[in-house]
Design a protein around this ligand. Structure first.
Ligand code: ADP
Length: 612
């Protein structure tokens, strides 16, 4: 196959590869945006969450638990809470966050009075509120509220599909009132910090808290693997010495019953949900330890997907055999390693886009290769077939002069008394047939040498008009047999520089093709035109069988012949045009074809000319 044709084919194949890889990236990223994709990313997040745990730490928070035993002992939440708070007041916790909504009077005025006293005895007290559907706050009663240093909100953010609480809104807005989450408020109170709000994050002193979802400021919670220490009020009542565990801690008080409505799954949950109050304590730990998780920027994720797809493309385009398999395996491994390495560095990298990109890209590239290899196989089979047919023709062609030479030489040796005139005629036949044979061999060798770049072109100067005229003269006898008129129009008076013999071969070939592939009694026009710059255009136009676009694209391949040409009954090898093209390009020119089936063809040579 000609190298430019191969390049065209290859570039077409590579464009196909690039397009399928691009489609893989687009499909992978698009799937990630579906709820199906988002959910997969969350499961992968949970997996990495369990895999990549931060170093264990000593929690700075503790849960004052209102559990089953406490409720059995005290009967309800409020008396238990009042007693529990009184018992730990003496050890001075850093802050006390109460995760109980106290929006209405309790069953007993005495209990409420005790609770109010307990609140009054608790410095750094934070009470809970909840945003109602009508956008108003479900507030603690004024008698309780007046003892609180702050009122926080206790909204959770569990996943709609799997009920797992992975993050928490740090802010919530009701009317004009924006409230911080219980955990954030407790941390601010314990550390004496103030918060500065910006659309992408919250800043408290020297700590930047990465958040998402705008004014909600949603923060991912890093759960403590070993859980938050918990002391129930019933235990505390039985063993008051346990109060020491609350010293200097941030206390989260709330309902921890298994049956409580306020219990949620976490990435660590093993079937058993975690009480809401413990989730708030975990959010506090995330803030206090600065164990933040950052979302990977989308642009970086997209870039990585593109790089994965590009690498796959390079691997499939440049390697073969086991190297391709190893490369494809490496792409898949890298696609899995990126989210894991990112998570180890506290960056949450969506798992699905890279995974799908790798899977789609590898499958697409493998399919591409299968198609391209199959096509190349078919092509080489076709080429071999054409080559064999051409060889048959060549041997047949060579046999004709050989038979003539053989016969003539036999005649001479057999008849010693042959008349002189006859002997001369036979000698001439032997001479001309030998020359024909030599020319044929020379032509075939020239092609090979030309394509191997081994042939030196002669640099003669000759007139274009003379070249065309001598070729037309040689082609006329062939044309006359089909009553075809070769009409040579006046040529521009330019000289060409190059190998006259080879150029003659090229023009003669185009002329004989025009005659061969035209019906009888048609006309072949030969005309020259000035081209821009230092070139001249020589065209040979026939009224013959023509070709379609696909055929035109292939006629310069060695041994290629169109179906129409084969059916025409004209003998040919399909090699002539490949020689013509090589001769013309070696001379710094180019060849162009316009053709229409049934209407005719126009072959044009654009050649360099000299003026002076
Ligand atoms: P050959 O004529 O020996 O078959 P060529 O290399 O000269 O080989 O031409 C290749 C093919 O291009 C031809 O077999 C024919 O199918 C097509 N072809 C060339 N010239 C013409 C023409 N003037 N009109 C129609 N088809 C042509």
């Amino acid at each position: 196959m000609k190298s430019s044709a191969r390049w065209r084919r290859n570039s077409k194949a590579y464009s196909l590869l690039a397009a399928t890889l691009l489609a893989s990236v687009v499909a992978a990223v698009a799937l990630d945006f579906t709820s199906f994709g988002t959910q997969f990313d969350k499961y992968a997040y949970d997996f990495l969450f369990r895999l990549e745990q931060p170093k264990p730490w000593q929690p700075g928070s503790i849960v004052l638990a209102i559990d089953e035993k406490t409720l059995a002992k005290y009967g309800s939440i409020r008396p238990a809470l009042a007693d529990g708070l009184e018992k730990i007041a003496g050890v001075h916790p850093r802050a006390v966050a109460v995760d109980v909504i106290l929006d209405a009077p309790g069953a007993s005025a005495e209990v409420d009075a005790n609770l109010e006293t307990a609140f009054a005895d608790t410095p750094h007290l934070i009470l809970a509120s909840y945003l109602l559907r009508d956008n108003s706050w479900d507030e603690p009663l004024a008698r309780f509220r007046k003892h609180a240093a702050a009122v926080a909100q206790v909204h959770g953010d569990f996943d709609a599909y799997d009920s797992v609480t992975r993050d928490l809104p740090l802010a919530n807005v009701g009317g004009h009132d924006r409230r911080w989450a219980l955990a954030l408020q407790a941390w601010l109170m314990a550390t004496g910090r103030q918060v500065v709000e910006s659309p992408d994050d919250l800043t408290a002193g020297d700590v930047r808290i990465p958040t998402t979802s705008g004014e909600w400021h949603v923060m991912r919670i890093r759960y403590a693997m070993s859980g938050i220490p918990r002391v129930s009020i019933a235990e505390l009542d039985a063993n008051p010495a346990l109060a020491a565990r609350f010293a200097d801690k941030v206390v989260f008080a709330g309902d921890t019953e298994q049956a409580a409505r306020d219990s949620w799954m976490t990435p660590y949950s093993d079937r058993l949900p975690v009480p809401g109050v413990e989730i708030h304590a975990n959010a506090y730990e995330t803030l206090a330890r600065g164990l933040f998780l950052y979302d990977a920027p989308l642009s970086l994720v997209l870039l990585c997907c593109f790089l994965l797809a590009c690498s796959t493309g390079v691997i499939y385009a440049l390697t073969s055999g086991w190297a391709t398999s190893a490369g494809a395996g490496a792409v898949v491994v890298v696609s899995q390693a990126i989210p894991a390495v990112a998570f180890a560095n506290s960056v949450v990298w969506p798992w699905l886009p890279g995974t799908l990109t790798a899977a789609f890209a590898v499958s697409a590239a493998a399919a591409w290769r299968l198609i391209v290899v199959r096509r190349q196989l078919l092509e080489s089979m076709g080429e071999k077939d054409r080559y064999q047919r051409a060889m048959q023709f060549v041997t047949h062609e060579m046999r004709t002069p050989l038979t003539a030479i053989q016969g003539s030489s036999e005649l001479i040796s057999r008849y010693a008394n042959m008349p002189e005139a006859k002997r001369t005629q036979i000698a001439q036949t032997i001479n001309s047939e030998t020359k024909r044979l030599a020319r044929m061999i020379e032509t075939f060798l020239s092609v090979e040498r030309l394509s191997a770049g081994q042939m030196e072109l002669k640099q003669e100067r000759f007139p274009l008009a003379g070249l065309v005229e001598s070729c037309a003269e040689r082609a006329r006898p062939l044309a006359e047999r089909k009553r075809i008129e070769i009409d040579v129009e006046p040529m521009p008076a330019d000289d060409l520089i190059g190998d006259r013999e080879l150029m003659e071969y090229a023009v003669y070939n185009l002329l004989t093709n025009a005659v061969k592939y035209s019906p009888p009694e048609t006309r072949v026009r030969v005309f020259g035109e000035d081209e821009r710059g230092d070139s001249v255009r020589l065209s040979i136009k026939d009224q013959g069988i023509g070709m379609d676009r696909k055929e035109v694209a292939r006629i310069f391949e060695k041994f290629y012949r169109t179906k129409r040409a084969e059916q025409s009954g004209e003998a040919g090898t399909g090699i002539g045009l490949s020689i013509v093209e090589q001769i013309v390009t070696q001379h710094g020119g180019s060849i162009h074809v316009e053709s229409e089936p049934g209407k005719g063809s126009k072959f044009s040579l654009v050649l360099k000319r000299t003026h002076d």
